[in-house]
Design a protein around this ligand. Structure first.
Ligand SMILES: Cc1cc2nc3c(=O)[nH]c(=O)nc-3n(C[C@H](O)[C@H](O)[C@H](O)COP(=O)(O)O)c2cc1C
Length: 170
């Protein structure tokens, strides 16, 4: 797809079929993630690929019963790595850069999945401790979960604020 088409095609999908994600497509998505920019090129994030049904179910519960996390064939969980960023950037690295690194990586995943003809939705509402338990990870901070799969709904595009409301020239 052309980049503009990817941007226009993407929308949040919350109903998925049980068709699995092609492992080759997943590999391409993971490669795109690794090309994301990061502070000092430290890549202070980790991506957990969750495909087991019990763990997807546990993620859905950790996210307040957001059922589509269990329904989609896989969920990517993006963790910030504060310690890795702090080594070079101190508090700013630990509190901000690693979260930005993980967020940009998740954004690349969403766009790469769209480019593969797959569907996603960004999930930010979850119990961080519960997600850590599901992933067996204590040190890193989960910042976003992105289910990936074949969408089984076709929602209308959501409206946006006018550019004049969000862009200011100074
Ligand atoms: C930081 C963040 C957190 C979000 N958390 C959730 C969530 O927990 N559950 C959900 O269904 N959608 C969540 N969304 C998706 C938004 O609701 C969605 O992107 C927005 O309504 C615009 O719709 P669109 O993605 O179809 O353009 C989140 C999006 C962002 C950026």
């Amino acid at each position: 797809m052309e980049f503009q088409e990817v941007v226009e095609q993407r929308r949040s999908i919350r109903i998925y079929s049980d068709v699995p994600v092609d492992p080759v497509a997943l590999d391409r998505i993971l490669h795109v993630i690794s090309r994301a920019p990061s502070a000092g090129n430290l890549q202070a994030y980790r991506v957990f690929v969750v495909s087991s049904a019990p763990k997807r179910r546990a993620l859905a519960v950790a996210a307040g019963d957001q059922e589509f996390l269990a329904q989609a064939p896989l969920d990517l969980v993006f963790f910030a790595d504060p310690g890795r960023s702090a080594v070079k950037y101190g508090d700013r690295g630990a509190s901000l850069y690693c979260v930005q690194d993980a967020t940009i990586a998740a954004t690349f995943a969403v766009l790469a999945a769209t480019n593969e003809g797959l569907s996603t939705v960004w999930v930010g509402a979850f119990d961080e401790s519960a997600v850590q338990v599901v992933c067996g990870e204590k040190r890193l901070r989960p910042v976003a979960i992105v289910p990936i799969g074949h969408g089984a709904e076709n929602p209308l595009y959501t409206p946006r604020r006018n550019l004049s409301e969000i862009v200011r020239e100074v």
